[in-house]
Design a binder for this molecule. Structure first.
Ligand code: K7E
Ligand code: CUA
Length: 764
């Protein structure tokens, strides 16, 4: 097999070498053939990551309508993972195993299963305003929900449904020590789950911001400690939390403060017109620390099981005020030192820089220009503004550079990124992008200490940038070098999974993801699974309560078999399969799928996963491992037998398709001894060297030793069978002995290669 592959590779090599289209080893020649310029080569050199190389940053992108999160590396722009969040994701068994179905069910609304999410804004957990690499939060705009993803294993652990809002956009934004996760409503609606006519919009419809309390010990949102701050029926948009000087405050902008209600079908001008008449909308400034105190002092009123702090309570306690902001604002981004807030208006060509110091001076002195119709005081724009800068048409979002006062703002209408200085108000550079940029992300660009280096432009339209794939185009994420004075476009990456909005990027070395789970682990709850099975203790139990019978399997998977290899049930039985992956080896995931049942598990090393289904039709259902885990992966199989009710098993036993003699046995044993010689030589190579200095090799060696242990068990069985003259079983058992040897050899060779490539030295 190996020889065959080698011969093939050599043959291909020869034919390529001889053909006229061969690449030359000269760079010039390759450039000419591909039509590349020096500038292209330089850009390529800045992003190209050689085989085995790692990225400096990991970017977590919202997956838009896919309801997922997309993880990719920067600067290589290689996609590493899709994390199932609000939507089933078959590869990870997310939404298929019982454990993750329970997570998705937390997101049911009024008892109804919600099959998609519209993710917009991911946010990392923070310590003192710095990303700490522990958790990622993301919102669902369509169904107001927030999800918690644990970055220990990149799995979704929790979904909470907002009890007050019927829509939201301004989530998820965290406070500097992850005390709260902010979620702002978008389209106003009544808090109570009842019908209220649009005629009562001003009185009964409401916006607001929910402050979800995060239990850092448990790594979960605690709804019992969370509350909503009631706001007028303006369409609240994005938020950001203050930090350092502005810590304790949060900022939420809004559009449609006209409170316009459309109704084009009744002859009313559309929302579009009515929501953009005024020159300004409102920035909501909230003292969330004060609000949290008010909540704890019992000043909230429960609505749908969670407290609401009314506008009156907030105003009485001087905990909320408004500031006018440019027409139809969109993004709000607090500076790394917490002193400034940058807001851009989609229908204005300016970015507005607010000074926290100034707005507080006015607020403290109660110097208000007016009150809004709900009695909320308004600090004048003049009293809060630091600078107003013309940045381009349709500015949306802003990211901070590592250089002082330097920011990058996305300019939607002009399809540009504008680099400017918010201290002086000077525009420094403009770069065209392709096309219609939405958000943008600089490395750790919304933390307390942005890294600069790279900027990614998250474009709404790709149009002509890629090979056409039909009317629905991929999104285009463009990588930009921002290390110098001038921005330089490096690379286009198509993203074909929903419309991402925001992305956050973290230094890769802040993440410490696990390689394996503790054995028998329910990864969705992060507790030991009750259904964990150990090797040799697998069992299948059938119990009946009257006519209702349940077949429950406590099984295991390991290269290359599923235990049990047969599951027997009667038609109508409920079948529950729990499988524990016994592997400790890195990347040895096994899958489990059964025809016609939607059973599809991904069982990573250590994990226990379960599937429950009704065996509702009789028949024979093969099941198998869906991950190509080993040379005998295809043999990782079994049968679910669903028998008619009351079926009597047939007499007799299984007749082997092939029979074996002493000759076959001797031949197999000969092979095994030859294989053992190869293993011994590999073992010698490894143990002569300082292999214990290499952690991955030590793990491989542990795995190989385990495989050899299994081999010797089967060797003993096979020798015992041969001794009793049962050459049929002796041959098959010798075959199993050899299977384990092959696995050990495979692992040993991987270890040997690693040592060769990493300069191990002979020590004895
Ligand atoms: Cu600008 Cu949802 Cu943040 Cu889209 S949002 S771009
Ligand atoms: Cu396990 Cu394939």
């Amino acid at each position: 097999m190996l020889n065959k592959t080698l011969t093939m590779a050599v043959a291909i090599g020869v034919s390529v070498g001889a053909g006229s289209s061969a690449w030359s080893s000269a760079l010039d020649d390759v450039m000419k053939k591909r039509g590349l310029t020096q500038k292209d080569l330089l850009a390529a050199a800045k992003t190209y990551t050689p085989t085995g190389g790692r990225d400096e940053y990991l970017a977590f992108s919202s997956g838009g309508q896919s309801g997922q999160v997309i993880v990719y590396g920067v600067p290589s722009m290689r996609i590493l993972k899709y994390i199932g969040v609000f939507t089933p994701e078959p590869w990870q068994g997310y939404g298929f195993d019982d454990e993750s179905k329970a997570v998705l069910a937390q997101g049911n609304i009024n008892g109804k299963e919600i099959k998609f999410g519209d993710t917009h804004h991911p946010a990392f957990s923070e310590t003192n305003g710095e990303y700490n690499g522990k958790f990622l939060f993301i919102n669902d705009k369509a169904n107001p929900r927030i999800a918690v993803i644990d970055l220990h294993d990149f799995e979704t652990k929790q979904i909470v449904v907002n009890p007050h809002f019927n829509n939201e956009h301004g989530g998820a934004f965290v406070t500097p020590n992850t005390d709260y996760i902010l979620e702002a409503a978008q389209y106003p609606a009544p808090y109570e789950n009842e019908f209220v006519p649009l005629e009562q919009f001003n009185d009964r419809y409401r916006g607001g911001v929910t402050y979800w309390s995060f239990d850092k010990e448990k790594g979960r949102i605690d709804p019992s400690q969370s509350f909503t701050v009631e706001m007028p029926p303006y369409s609240q948009d994005l938020s950001d939390a203050g930090k350092f000087v502005s810590d304790g405050w949060s900022f939420t902008n809004s559009f449609c403060s006209e409170r316009y209600v459309g109704g084009i079908e009744k002859g009313r001008p559309p929302y579009e017109a009515g929501c953009s008449q005024k020159d300004t909308d409102f920035l909501h400034v909230v003292n969330w620390k004060k609000a949290a105190e008010l909540f704890k002092a019992g000043k909230g009123k429960p609505v749908n099981g969670m407290d609401v702090l009314s506008m009156d309570t907030m105003v009485e306690n001087k905990a909320m005020f408004l500031i006018p902001e440019p027409k139809s604002p969109h993004g709000i981004d607090v500076s790394p030192d917490g002193k400034y807030m940058i807001v851009s208006g989609k229908l204005d060509s300016h970015a507005y820089v607010y000074s926290f110091d100034k707005m507080m001076t006015a607020h403290d002195a109660e110097k208000y220009e007016a009150h809004d119709p709900y009695g909320i005081p308004i600090v004048s724009l003049k009293d809060a503004l630091h600078k107003q800068v013309a940045v381009g048409l349709g500015p949306l979002h802003t990211q901070y550079d590592s250089k002082p006062c330097t920011v990058f703002t996305s300019i939607y209408v002009d399809s540009q990124v504008t680099k400017w200085n918010y201290c002086t108000g000077k525009v420094l550079d403009k770069l065209s992008i392709h096309y219609n940029i939405g958000h943008l992300v600089a490395m750790e660009g919304d933390s307390a200490s942005p890294d600069g280096k790279y900027l990614i432009s998250l474009n709404k339209l790709a149009i002509d940038r890629f090979n056409p794939v039909g009317p629905l185009h991929p999104q285009n994420h463009q990588l930009i070098d921002i290390s110098g004075d001038k921005m330089e476009l490096l690379y286009d990456m198509p993203l074909p999974l929903g419309e991402p909005h925001y992305v956050v990027a973290i230094k890769a070395d802040k993440l410490k993801p696990a390689i394996r789970y503790k054995s028998g682990w329910n990864s969705r709850t992060d507790t030991r699974s009750k259904f964990k099975a150990r090797a040799g203790r697998e069992k299948t139990v059938r119990t009946c309560d009257g006519d209702n019978c349940t077949v429950e399997v406590f099984g295991t998977v390991i290269r290359s078999h599923i235990t049990p290899e047969t599951i027997e049930a009667e038609v109508g039985d409920k079948v529950i399969v729990h499988l524990t992956n016994l592997e400790r080896a890195e990347d040895e995931t096994h899958g489990f799928a059964i025809n016609g049942t939607n059973v599809n598990l991904s069982i990573e090393p250590g994990k226990t996963a379960s599937a429950t289904f009704i065996a509702d039709i009789e028949g024979v259902f093969p099941y198998y491992c869906t991950e190509f885990c080993s040379a005998l992966h295809l043999e990782m199989e079994g049968y679910l037998l669903v028998k008619p009710k009351g079926y009597k098993d047939v007499e007799g036993k299984i007749v082997d398709g092939t029979t074996y003699s002493k000759t076959d046995y001797d031949k197999q044993v000969g092979t095994n001894h030859a294989t053992q010689d190869v293993i011994d030589s590999v073992v010698k190579f490894i143990t002569e060297r300082n292999y214990t200095d290499f952690a991955p090799v030590k793990e491989l060696v542990d795995d190989a030793v385990a495989q050899l242990g299994f081999a010797s068990k089967w060797q003993k069985d096979s020798e015992a069978s041969a001794k009793s003259g049962d050459y049929q079983n002796a041959t098959l058992q010798a075959g199993q002995w050899w299977q384990y040897q092959v696995k050990a050899a495979d692992i040993g060779l991987r270890a040997k290669t690693y040592l060769e490539e990493h300069g191990a030295v002979v020590v004895k």
